[in-house]
Design a protein around this ligand. Structure first.
Ligand code: PA5
Length: 448
């Protein structure tokens, strides 16, 4: 079964006919993702990716995953932004919440590095890894990003010291550009197993390439089902699908029309903390794709009911510039029933016999009604279960929506010129070779 979208709680702000009126424009934007007729046409490799991954490609990833799993108790996924968030989103969503505490395990613990420059984090990670059989998946499309490069240098040293250069080679996999970048050079010289990030797929659209699929397979999840889910959504949002049936196009139109009406912030809501990193992935996808040319919805996220006890106040009664998109999971994977208690000191016997999820669902419904009454439009996206198939659908649903949405907004959804500004300053301050001019300028600025 497929993901569903309920949009009836946007009609107070956006009548159905206003949404339908945008149908032809949205369909043209979707078409442009297939014919490459608009900006960013060099980065459309993700559009037909799910339906075109070959058996050989699956096999190569699965074989590499098996060999890493057999050699390692811990695998460090090194990467940042689009080279990190997709894998973490899916692994966290599918993993047991206490996975890393389980001692009898068939699969390695997955940990992450290279997604910050925190010295304490790296120190603690190195200490943790010192007595572990570990391996590394090093992911960087450009192959030159500072955060993962620093982490990898440290971890490579540690691994080589522990197991020797030759065994380290068996436990390091690099995922990078086919030809360019320092990581490609390093991998070639060190003879690492490598996977290629296709030229025409940007970081934030790369979760269904080896960037996401290899770590997800190493973590023990079914990448074929994930891709199958995405392929289903690829079909359901294809260029020839009528607007009324194309969920991605409808979602893209609604968010853009709400934006025009002053709803400048979209909050992605979940009721299961395992989706926290899925929201981080979503934030990058939309934030980096649309936040440019001085426009774009600000993508925010909350975990409910947790954040109802913190951000709930703001959402209910703060500035009315927000709308919510809720990811609802129809059926949990497990069953927990609230027991009877003879004393009933906590007053909870009215809930006895109910599943915890029934309580969660009533919190969800009650919150939706309260927020809509409070002036917050609400889009509801329901997935049948938290599994590979549903997550695959959700990934592609959002990717396609983001491409259409960026074109509706009138930006290039596939570039990210703004992320360079901090790097230039950082390199100037660190006196990186080649940045002499910038170093002089920034020193001058600081002394003004
Ligand atoms: O989406 C993007 O382009 C960025 O988030 C990149 O993925 C991130 O900066 C990492 O880049 P790279 O894979 O080149 O190390």
């Amino acid at each position: 079964s497929s993901i569903k979208m309920n949009i009836q709680h946007v009609y107070n702000w956006l009548p159905e006919e206003d949404i339908l009126r945008q149908g032809p424009t949205a369909t043209a934007c979707n078409q442009a993702l297939y014919d490459g007729s608009r900006e960013g046409s060099d980065f459309l490799g993700w559009v037909k990716l799910p339906s075109t991954i070959t058996e050989d490609q699956f096999k190569e990833i699965e074989d590499a995953a098996v060999s890493l799993r057999s050699a390692c108790k811990v695998v460090v996924v090194v990467g940042i932004g689009g080279s990190y968030l997709g894998a973490r989103a899916i692994i966290d969503a599918l993993n047991n919440s206490f996975d890393w505490l389980q001692t009898k395990r068939e699969r390695p613990v997955i940990v992450y590095a290279g997604n910050s420059l925190s010295e304490d984090y790296l120190y603690e990670l190195i200490k943790y890894l010192e007595d572990k059989d570990f391996g590394i998946i090093n992911i960087s499309k450009s192959g030159t990003t500072t955060e993962p490069a620093v982490a990898f240098r440290l971890l490579k040293d540690l691994l080589e010291e522990k197991v020797g250069k030759s065994e380290a080679r068996n436990r390091i996999i690099a995922i990078t550009d086919a030809e360019k970048g320092a990581l490609r050079t390093l991998a070639t010289i060190e003879k690492y197993k490598t996977f290629v990030i296709p030229d025409d797929i940007g970081g934030r659209y790369s979760v269904l390439t080896p960037v996401g699929l290899l770590p997800i397979a190493v973590a023990g999840f079914d990448i074929r089902k994930l891709v199958h889910g995405a392929a289903t959504m690829e079909k359901n949002t294809g260029a020839n699908v009528a607007f009324e049936y194309n969920l991605s196009a409808i979602y893209a139109v609604i968010r853009n029309e709400l934006y025009k009406k002053g709803k400048k912030i979209e909050i992605l809501v979940n009721y299961h903390p395992k989706l926290h990193y899925f929201a981080e992935w979503w934030k990058q996808l939309f934030g980096e794709s649309e936040g440019k040319d001085n426009k774009g919805i600000f993508p925010a996220a909350v975990d409910f009911t947790t954040d109802l006890h913190s951000m709930g106040q703001w959402i209910q009664e703060g500035e009315r510039t927000i709308f919510e998109t809720v990811i609802s999971i129809k059926e949990p994977n497990y069953k927990v029933v609230i027991p009877h208690d003879n004393q009933n000191l906590d007053g909870l016997n009215y809930l006895e016999g109910k599943r915890v999820d029934e309580v969660n669902k009533m919190a969800e419904l009650g919150t939706r009604i309260a927020h809509v009454d409070g002036g917050v439009p609400n889009i509801l996206i329901e997935i049948p279960k938290l599994d590979e198939e549903s997550l695959g659908q959700l990934i592609y649903f959002f990717e396609k929506a983001c491409g259409i949405s960026g074109y509706l907004l009138g930006v290039n959804p596939f570039n990210q010129p703004g992320v360079e500004a901090y790097k230039r300053n950082m390199f100037a301050l660190l006196e990186k070779p080649g940045y002499e001019e910038e170093t002089r300028a920034i020193k001058q600025k600081l002394s003004d």
